[in-house]
Design a protein around this ligand. Structure first.
Ligand SMILES: Cc1cc2nc3c(=O)[nH]c(=O)nc-3n(C[C@H](O)[C@H](O)[C@H](O)COP(=O)(O)OP(=O)(O)OC[C@H]3O[C@@H](n4cnc5c(N)ncnc54)[C@H](O)[C@@H]3O)c2cc1C
Length: 357
């Protein structure tokens, strides 16, 4: 079969684009180097419970078009994600909200801080901890420092293993304090989980006569780029190539490897109905792991005396180790520059970057 489009990677990005092209009557070939589809959203059933093999994935969007598109490929159920964090041995809502404040401060202090926050940020649903720390009012500033230290500082050091001073300000700026009692982790309009799980959703998405999938196949074994041209198995390919893998790997690290963090994911089966009071509990401080996920909260499966949890340990990423997965890009000025260098090279020499609506 002659292909019009080659898609590298069967995660969300690759699978959605493959489907769009297939519906346009294009013949699509997907290369996937893992032995399964769905990328990092892949789910597997262990002891009757669906688990997210690459860490917890929660779907949320404000875009009605995205939601309508995905609804064509399976049923969804309403799911609002809630996260708790262990701070001073108390489980409090994360992002930090007024309930967290009341659980960690005495009543008088909590009332004073809440009143000051409401007056200072009147009408706003949330405020960044960076703004709180930079406040003049000593009560607000002290509270900001408390949240920064207990929710953000140690967690960030654990997660990224670099001095806090090297963390990009944009990361700190994204950490909010909710000015009220909303304890949802996301505020998006559409928050749903696929009823039969992500793997089933991807199976439906890729179920088209125009799509062929090659699993357990590294596309870069077949595809080469030379002199502004793309070759597949040494024959020039004039169709469209969508690449959703790591950008530095595409050019065989000729611009050096971009830095990422990886994870050790440790799954445990527990003989109890529920292990913890919410889907995710963050451990910002004492413990070596960063968070524990309990999957039954996602899948809505009613199973007694059995539950599966996942402990996540952040670790160094080594691009030479094929088993090591680059989960999180490390964002810093230097790394953004490095990334832009690759993207500029791409734009000038090879492909134009397009946004697909
Ligand atoms: C722990 C964790 C939790 C996350 N939680 C959320 C969340 O709750 N909500 C959310 O929206 N997002 C979350 N994300 C981000 C999430 O992973 C993405 O939204 C989504 O999975 C990205 O899809 P993708 O297709 O871009 O990448 P991926 O899912 O990574 O898919 C890329 C695929 O390309 C394949 N591939 C790469 N190179 C090649 C090659 N050379 N040849 C063949 N195949 C190749 C890979 O094997 C992979 O299957 C999370 C990320 C992590 C790491």
């Amino acid at each position: 079969m002659k292909y019009d489009v080659i898609v590298v990677g069967s995660g969300f990005a690759g699978s959605v684009l493959a489907r769009k092209f297939a519906d346009d009557n294009k013949k699509v070939l997907i290369y996937e180097k893992r032995p399964h589809i769905a990328g990092n959203m892949y789910e597997e059933t262990i002891n009757g419970i669906r688990v997210h093999k690459y860490g917890p994935h929660i779907f949320h969007t404000n875009n009605a078009k995205v939601m309508d598109f995905l609804k064509q490929y399976g049923q969804w159920y309403f799911y609002e994600h809630k996260v708790l964090g262990k701070i001073n041995n108390v489980l409090v809502p994360i992002p930090f909200n007024f309930k967290s404040l009341e659980l960690l401060y005495n009543q008088n202090e909590a009332e004073e801080i809440k009143a000051k926050l409401l007056k200072r940020y009147k009408g706003l649903p949330k405020v960044s901890i960076l703004d709180l720390i930079n406040e003049k009012d000593p009560v607000i500033k002290k509270f900001g420092k408390f949240v920064y230290k207990n929710v953000f500082e140690n967690y960030t050091a654990k997660q990224w293993n670099i001095p806090i001073s090297e963390i990009d300000k944009s990361v700190i700026n994204r950490v909010p304090v909710i000015l009220g009692y909303d304890d949802r982790y996301f505020q998006d309009k559409y928050q749903y989980m696929p009823k039969l799980g992500y793997t089933k959703l991807f199976e439906q998405l890729l179920d088209s006569k125009n799509i062929t999938i090659k699993l357990a196949t590294d596309a870069l074994q077949d595809i080469t780029i030379d002199n502004n041209k793309i070759y597949v198995k040494n024959k020039e390919f004039n169709g469209i190539v969508i690449y959703t893998g790591e950008i530095d790997e595409l050019f065989n690290y000729r611009f050096n490897a971009l830095p990422y963090r990886s994870l050790d994911l440790v799954f445990e089966n527990c003989n109890m109905s529920y292990y913890q009071p919410s889907a995710v509990v963050n451990y910002p401080n004492e413990e070596k792991y960063t968070r524990i996920t309990e999957f039954k909260y996602f899948s809505n499966q009613l199973i007694d005396n059995n539950t599966i949890i996942l402990k996540e340990y952040s670790k160094k990423y080594d691009y030479k180790d094929v088993k090591c997965i680059p989960y999180y890009a490390i964002i810093s000025d230097e790394n953004i520059q490095q990334y832009n260098k690759i993207m500029n090279w791409l734009k000038v020499y090879l492909i134009y970057i397009c946004v697909v609506d």
